[in-house]
Design a protein around this ligand. Structure first.
Ligand code: NAD
Length: 509
């Protein structure tokens, strides 16, 4: 593991200062909201204001949608050439790579994640742009052997204007992966980052501006979900919404999208099981159980937030897990040796602490953590101890609901059937893992998991080449890979008459 050593002043040198109002990017111009309201952006490691951004309104969202519509239909982006789009995406990727540290520091300052995690995020984003640059030229059509002297074929076409709405836990990557896929497919886009974490996406638009897209092809709108986000979903000129966020929000979006029969893909929440059998490799199972829940402060949709543990392993596994959880070094994401940063905001920290209280009241046993960390300077930030609950029952709220923080609940089982039942026993179906050295058992169990992203003897590795998304209430559709690309394409059937003569259906002349 590379330990990062950075001075606070060094990392903060990427900020533009609080005297500058950071703008939206609409129709190829940097603009302030017509509302003239602004929003302060907070560093969750210390509560300091690290930027001021313009607060977009419904009117601004409408302007961005109109610009994207004009660019797609009237100004001809719908007929843009795949090779040209690929070239533009490659240019973005190269510029982003050159400025890797700058973007990583922005995400660390704005989201709280450690620099080693934010560096990995930017590398991922660079790869996403290159992957989809390659994909731009790959949507091939089909021809069919049909009767009646007809040549039937299918062509793939860009879906049109795409509204992209993303959360705060991977500020750059979430927006970037959708922008890359939608642009590769030939769509025009408007992006709304989470209101808490817009800084790296604003900076990405500096690059987008430099590489030279026609006005209106790529737009950035800032602001709240309830106003700007809701307008993007409701507006009839948006052809497709690609959303990542909470399940409750996803439900609202789906209802609103129904009014315009809008195509919508939803990447939602999770409560993913990490099943550990007694025959697993002990060291790696403990290690991955920690990584599964405490990476990114537990603010990962696919986090292994339920450890589903074979009962006869409990007495050796759990003390080791608790011992190691207590050793996790928590602090500002840029400090030497820090392994876990703060939660994204004071509000979110309070939600997580509230869940911990609920767990205690429900009668689960708090095995470690459970508190806000207030030692020294950490008092200024939103830090929560790595927390583990034992003695849970399946119907407890801390077992059923997504906490989205560093809180692990342990469930125990005696048989394989019981493990599967517990694992599938929530409304979610995003991810899950199984640890065992019995290859056949691993396959049996993983095939029974009702989840879209699964692992055997590991947790979390994900790749831009492979589809990302959930079963059940974890979502609809997929991001990433070829499946993610398909989300931005329509399918058109074309039938060509090879024998040009009257049909003769009506005889009278
Ligand atoms: P959230 O649902 O509160 O917000 C996500 C985005 O939706 C934000 O940009 C927000 O402004 C916007 N929004 C909120 N209300 C809206 C509305 N009525 N109409 C339109 N847009 C609206 O989620 P969050 O708290 O930012 O993020 C955490 C959630 O995201 C967790 O549930 C997590 O599991 C989920 N998530 C899922 C994935 C995945 O791939 N499945 C990935 C990351 C995060």
């Amino acid at each position: 593991m590379t330990l990062v050593i950075l001075e606070k002043a060094h990392i903060e040198s990427v900020l533009v200062g609080n005297d500058t109002v950071q703008k939206m990017y609409i129709n190829g111009e940097w603009v302030e909201s017509e509302s003239k309201y602004t929003r302060e952006i907070i560093n969750p490691a210390n509560g300091e204001v690290i930027g001021v951004v313009t607060e977009g309104s419904v009117e601004d969202a409408k302007k961005a949608i109109a610009a994207a519509k004009q660019a797609f239909y009237k100004n001809g982006w719908m007929n843009s050439k795949a090779r040209d789009r690929a070239e533009l995406l490659l240019k973005i990727s190269n510029k982003l790579e050159e400025r890797k540290e700058e973007f990583a520091y922005l995400d660390t300052l704005n989201n709280g994640k450690t620099v080693r995690e934010s560096i990995a995020d930017v590398e991922d984003a660079v790869n996403q742009l290159r992957y989809y640059a390659g994909m731009a030229t790959k949507p091939h059509g089909q021809t069919y052997d049909v009767p009646d002297d007809i040549q039937a074929m299918v062509v793939r076409e860009a879906i049109g204007v795409v509204g992209i709405i993303v959360p705060w836990n991977y500020p750059l990557v979430m927006a970037n992966q959708k922008i890359a896929a939608a642009l590769a497919a030939g769509c025009t886009v408007l992006v709304k980052p989470a209101q808490q974490t817009p800084l790296s996406v604003i900076r990405l638009f500096e690059i987008i501006d430099e590489v030279g897209f026609p006005p209106g092809v790529v737009n950035l709108v800032l602001g709240s979900g309830s106003k700007v986000g809701a307008e993007i979903v409701a507006n009839p000129d948006v052809d497709k919404v690609s959303f990542t966020g909470g399940t409750d929000t996803g439900i609202k979006l789906m209802k609103s999208a129904a009014d315009t029969v809008k195509k919508i893909s939803l990447e939602l929440g999770g409560k993913s099981p990490n099943i550990v059998f007694a025959d697993a490799d002990f060291e790696s199972a403990v290690d991955y159980a920690l990584f599964a829940i405490f990476a990114n402060q537990g603010q990962v949709c696919s986090a292994g937030s339920r450890l589903v543990l074979e009962e006869n392993l409990y007495e050796t596994f759990v003390p080791e897990l608790v011992k190691r959880a207590k050793l996790i070094k928590v602090g500002p994401g840029w400090e030497k040796g820090v392994e876990m940063g703060p939660l994204v905001s004071e509000d979110h920290m309070n939600n997580v602490l509230n869940y911990i209280e609920i767990g205690k009241k429900e009668g689960a046993t708090l095995l470690c953590g459970g508190n806000r960390i207030v030692e020294g300077d950490l008092e200024k930030g939103y830090y929560v101890e790595p927390t583990i609950f034992g003695d849970t029952t399946p119907n407890m709220r801390i077992v059923q609901e997504e906490i989205f923080g560093p809180v692990l609940v342990i469930q125990t089982f005696k048989t394989e059937e019981e493990a599967i039942e517990l694992a599938n026993g929530t409304a979610f179906g995003l991810a899950g893992a199984v640890f065992t050295q019995d290859g056949a058992k691993a396959q049996r169990v993983i095939r029974q998991l009702r989840a879209g992203i699964t692992w055997i003897n590991t947790y979390h590795p994900t790749f831009n080449e492979a589809p990302w998304g959930g079963y059940k209430q974890s979502g609809i559709g997929r991001d990433l890979g070829t499946y993610g690309f398909e989300e931005y394409l329509e399918i058109k059937q074309i039938n060509i008459n090879l024998k040009v003569e009257p049909s003769g259906f009506f005889e009278g002349k």
